[in-house]
Design a protein around this ligand. Structure first.
Ligand code: SAM
Length: 267
């Protein structure tokens, strides 16, 4: 670790051991990563060259999905599994589209929380952070309710997090409980690594991520991801590779990324 890194490392955080959230930050071109994270990130990139374009396209989807929801009149967002807030994070995109937008982030990783608290400390716009596991739906809703008005629609973002929830932990039930707490007209946006896109590379990525996260991650098929939207009205163009979901008019063609994405409205 260099002296420069020590200066910007959040207090009490070990930056000599690579951490998945900072590895992810490196892939995104963020600044909250250190030499150990960069070395580990480069190793995964050797095994899975699609990982960097995949996470970049995933973040670009997040921006387009948030702007689409603001376009539908939504000004409140609950972003669970947020990662380290980096360029174009949810509150930046939402508040650029509508300065009144309120954003609650939730994540269960203490390192993400330490970075997030440091990064969000200077943000004056209505934004808060909940330290909770996605499975702890009651707590997330209760704490998010301090900032969000659940009588009005909310945009629920589960961006690249559901692969951390195995089928045995009932991800569909978790989504159902969260949506029950939200008003009609709310939206659900999901992105998810697809095991049926680029199967060889995604299988390698699934193994590499399992090692980096310290628990088995579950990549899912188009059918599996689509099932998370059951009972909702999917916005066009449905569940598609993230780079194909309402691409910006001036976007250059993106490489295949291995990520499924979609947005749906609660009736
Ligand atoms: C791949 S990152 C995605 C970050 C961000 N949503 C994005 O797409 O850029 C996954 C994030 O989900 C968090 N996470 C993983 N499992 C979780 C769980 N069970 N509850 C809450 N957060 C979780 C991790 O800590 C990490 O920050």
């Amino acid at each position: 670790m260099t002296a420069g890194e020590e200066e910007i490392a959040p207090t009490g955080i070990d930056v000599t051991t690579p951490h998945i959230a900072r590895i992810y930050d490196y892939w995104l071109g963020g600044k909250d990563n250190f030499a150990s994270d960069r070395a580990a990130a480069e190793q995964v990139m050797l095994a899975t060259p699609t990982i960097k374009p995949g996470v970049t396209a995933n973040r670009a989807f997040l921006s387009r999905a948030v702007r689409a929801m603001v376009g539908e009149g939504v000004t409140q967002f609950l972003d669970i599994g947020t990662g380290i807030p980096t360029a174009n994070n949810t509150h930046m995109v939402a508040q650029a589209a509508d300065p009144e937008s309120r954003v609650v982030y939730a994540d269960n990783d203490p390192i993400v929380l330490a970075h997030a608290r440091a990064l969000l400390s200077g943000v004056t716009a209505p934004t808060s952070f909940v330290d909770a596991d996605l499975r702890d739906t009651g707590r997330i809703l209760e704490e998010a309710g301090r900032l969000l008005d659940f009588e009005r629609p909310v945009g629920l973002l589960l961006i690249a997090v559901l692969h951390c929830i195995p089928d045995d932990d009932d991800p569909r039930g978790i989504i159902g409980t969260l949506l029950e707490g939200l008003a009609p007209g709310s939206f659900l946006a999901i992105t998810h690594p697809g095991i049926d896109q680029l199967p060889e590379q995604m299988a390698a990525a699934e193994d590499a991520l399992t090692k980096a996260m310290g628990f088995r991650v579950t990549f899912r098929t188009h059918e599996g991801v689509s099932a998370f939207f059951s009972g909702l009205d999917l916005l066009e163009p449905g569940v598609v590779p993230v780079q194909d979901w309402r691409p910006d008019a001036d976007a250059s063609p993106s490489p295949t990324t291995g990520m499924w994405g979609g947005v749906a409205r609660k009736r």
